[in-house]
Write a protein that binds this ligand. Structure first.
Ligand SMILES: Cc1cc2nc3c(=O)[nH]c(=O)nc-3n(C[C@H](O)[C@H](O)[C@H](O)COP(=O)(O)OP(=O)(O)OC[C@H]3O[C@@H](n4cnc5c(N)ncnc54)[C@H](O)[C@@H]3O)c2cc1C
Ligand SMILES: *[C@@H]1O[C@H](CO)[C@@H](O)[C@H](O)[C@H]1NC(C)=O
Ligand SMILES: *[C@@H]1O[C@H](CO)[C@@H](O)[C@H](O)[C@H]1NC(C)=O
Ligand SMILES: *[C@@H]1O[C@H](CO)[C@@H](O)[C@H](O)[C@H]1NC(C)=O
Ligand SMILES: *[C@@H]1O[C@H](CO)[C@@H](O)[C@H](O)[C@H]1NC(C)=O
Ligand SMILES: *[C@@H]1O[C@H](CO)[C@@H](O)[C@H](O)[C@H]1NC(C)=O
Ligand SMILES: *[C@@H]1O[C@H](CO)[C@@H](O)[C@H](O)[C@H]1NC(C)=O
Ligand SMILES: CC(=O)N[C@H]1CO[C@H](CO)[C@@H](O)[C@@H]1O
Length: 555
């Protein structure tokens, strides 16, 4: 059995690499196809155009993928209308070009603008129309928009409507909603993807579909199953949520000397059970605190309790007193403001400053970084936390590292694990994001930090979810497994990473993918595989072989 599996794969690899080399450089044909179909050439960039590098770099949000070694696209197209996007997809299909779709470029592993096979980027930067309908409490949001623009457009029209998406305003709705998307209102309203009610999508045949014409299976899959997989999303229709006119925020920093370890430990028990209006996350990092100006730097850990309450201070204080008195929250630690000001607060902008900073697509600073995620079912004992702090004190962690603990519970517990592809619901106390970032160029520097975070991740294993060790697709991490982007990816190979992101929803995603994009036109290193994606009839035999060998394949 095993022998036949390997020989099929061998045949396949030979066939696929042959077909890939045939596809390798069709970009001239692709461009010709576009110009025959009236695509305005001002939206087409090749390395010959002097603005090519700036267009490419503009939406690179992780400097690890801004190096000379990073593979570059052959062409970047920035369509300005749905019909232009449609032509790009049709021409790419016709000429066999590999496509990467880019929203605002925050993919942690750069998958929206990097590929090991020759490719073009469809950059949605010019599709940013947002129509907010206050009466219907809904909005149509074009897929090139950022969440900052969305928040801004909502606040322009209403003081009591909001949307439960992420914290950083430059994040794009294209990728963010495709992978779930969460922010500080998730305990009250769930994820961004839980609040999508319709969408416009171009499928692998170049057809423009909406919810009714795509059907419920595909509509289910695109709300969390990952971008660049089932089609190209042109726009989302979202349901807006009610927010009070006044919300309250606070941030309390506690060092080890101020009982940080005990407080983090206690937080695990209370934060997932608070009233759903209350969200307290923790950002843990290393701090050099200088001792009363005597110049001696003393190292400690600081746990920053960063919170929003969907209501006023008078209602918040008794809730804190009852559930988490140890934190010692006082009235003077709290600030009341409007919902949109709280968006500014979490984004790191002055809350009384001009709101139009939310429209910028450029981060306050763009780092080199690597991140990983974990889900926690059982509180981590104090000794376990102290072990994490030891990692933070290592030399390799010298630049900057942060661990973000994000509480679940509330609405997240009520939504079924199969309602949308995002499966991390009841049972999860909180999610961890492990993050290390640095500002120095170079392979060796990167290696040092990446190896540090991998060691931290190994250390965490006993304390976090197991079988699978779950992960969040929007914190994309290629360490957990990848598809063979140059050839055929098997179900078994993809399941390794797929089950971590999607748990039991993985199989349904494969089923939908096989139905809507059998030839695997939309793909990347972590897209759902089609069971029929072979370009030759050998594939069917391989399929058969995979089925027979599934039990034997050890990956
Ligand atoms: C600074 C920063 C802060 C973040 N904060 C949060 C947060 O608070 N909460 C949270 O949940 N996540 C957060 N994220 C993660 C973020 O949700 C994901 O990186 C998300 O995928 C980014 O979407 P994008 O459009 O900006 O990225 P892109 O890199 O453009 O796209 C990401 C993926 O989606 C695909 N894609 C993009 N647009 C489309 C489309 N229209 N149709 C089909 N596929 C598409 C891309 O091909 C790629 O595979 C953050 C990331 C960063 C870098
Ligand atoms: C291109 O535009 C011309 C003139 O506007 C029109 O006659 C022609 O049909 C268009 N071709 C395509 C393929 O859309
Ligand atoms: C890129 O260059 C080509 C000619 O080489 C030109 O037709 C096209 O308009 C240019 N694109 C942009 C965006 O300037
Ligand atoms: C880029 O320029 C080179 C030389 O000027 C030319 O041979 C090539 O065809 C051009 N490519 C495109 C895509 O315009
Ligand atoms: C990306 O690299 C280019 C070329 O080296 C550089 O000019 C640009 O500033 C870099 N981008 C950022 C955000 O640092
Ligand atoms: C730390 O906790 C202990 C009790 O566990 C308490 O006595 C002490 O006052 C706390 N320290 C601070 C700075 O809150
Ligand atoms: C923190 O302290 C360590 C050890 O004293 C030192 O090496 C490091 O540079 C300091 N970091 C910062 C950001 O000041
Ligand atoms: C036609 C059009 O709107 N083009 C814009 C596309 O986006 C880039 C980058 O923001 C702008 O420079 C173009 O003017």
């Amino acid at each position: 059995m095993k022998i036949s599996w390997f020989s099929f794969i061998f045949v396949l690899v030979v066939l696929s690499s042959a077909s890939w080399s045939a596809l390798a450089d069709n970009h001239e044909e692709f461009i010709q196809c576009l110009s025959h179909s009236n695509q305005t050439s001002s939206n087409i960039y090749t390395p010959n155009n002097s603005s090519f590098p700036s267009i490419l770099q503009f939406s690179i949000q992780n400097l690890r993928f801004n190096t000379t070694e990073t593979p570059k696209p052959l062409v970047i197209v920035t369509p300005v209308s749905e019909s232009e996007v449609q032509r790009v997809i049709l021409c790419a299909k016709k000429t066999g070009m590999h496509v990467r779709v880019r929203g605002a470029g925050h993919d942690y592993e750069g998958l929206s603008y990097v590929s090991e096979v020759p490719f073009v980027i469809v950059d949605l930067i010019n599709l940013t129309t947002i129509n907010v309908d206050v009466n219907d409490k809904s909005a149509w949001v074009e897929a090139g928009s950022t969440i900052g623009e969305l928040y801004y457009r909502i606040a322009e029209k209403s003081k009591t409507l909001g949307f439960p998406a992420g914290v950083c305003p430059t994040v794009g709705v294209g990728g963010h909603f495709s992978g779930g998307g969460y922010g500080v209102m998730l305990r009250k309203y769930g994820l961004a993807a839980d609040n999508i009610v319709d969408a416009r999508l171009i499928d692998a045949n170049g057809r423009i579909l909406d919810r009714a014409s795509m059907g419920e299976d595909l509509f289910w899959a695109i709300r969390g199953g990952g971008g660049n997989t089932f089609g190209l999303v042109l726009a989302w229709k979202i349901k807006l949520v009610d927010v009070p006119e006044i919300v309250t925020v606070f941030t309390l920093d506690k060092t080890l000397e101020q009982n940080a370890t005990k407080l983090v430990h206690k937080w695990q028990y209370v934060a997932p059970r608070f009233h759903e209006d209350l969200f307290i996350r923790i950002l843990v990092s290393r701090l050099n605190s200088s001792n009363q100006g005597d110049g001696n730097n003393q190292q400690t850990i600081v746990a920053s309790f960063n919170s929003i309450f969907l209501g006023g201070i008078d209602r918040l204080l008794p809730i804190m007193q009852e559930n988490f008195p140890e934190l010692g929250l006082r009235r003077e630690d709290c600030i009341e403001m409007s919902w949109i000001e709280s968006i500014m607060y979490f984004a790191g902008f002055p809350t009384d400053g001009p709101l139009d900073v939310l429209l910028s697509r450029v981060q306050l600073s763009t780092p080199y970084f690597k991140a990983k995620s974990d889900y926690v079912y059982q509180p981590i004992p104090e000794g376990g936390l102290e072990g994490i702090w030891r990692f933070f004190f290592e030399d390799e962690a010298q630049s900057s590292q942060v661990m973000i603990l994000n509480p679940y519970g509330g609405r997240m517990d009520e939504i079924s694990a199969s309602a949308i592809p995002f499966p991390h619901r009841a049972g999860n106390l909180y999610k961890i994001q492990h993050l290390v970032y640095w500002d120095e160029e170079g392979e060796e520097v990167a290696e040092r930090h990446i190896s540090w975070i991998r060691r931290l991740y190994s250390y965490m294993a006993p304390f976090v979810s197991k079988l699978p060790r779950a992960a969040y697709i929007n914190y994309r991490d290629l360490d957990i497994g990848v598809n063979n982007i140059k050839g055929y990816t098997s179900y078994v190979q993809a399941k390794v990473w797929g089950i971590k992101y999607f748990k039991n929803n993985f199989d349904r995603l494969v089923h939908v993918k096989t139905k809507v994009d059998p030839s695997n036109f939309f793909r990347n290193e972590q897209s759902i595989p089609s069971l029929l994606s072979g370009r030759t009839k050998v594939i069917n035999e391989v399929h058969h072989s995979i089925k027979n060998n599934m039990m034997h394949a050890i990956i």
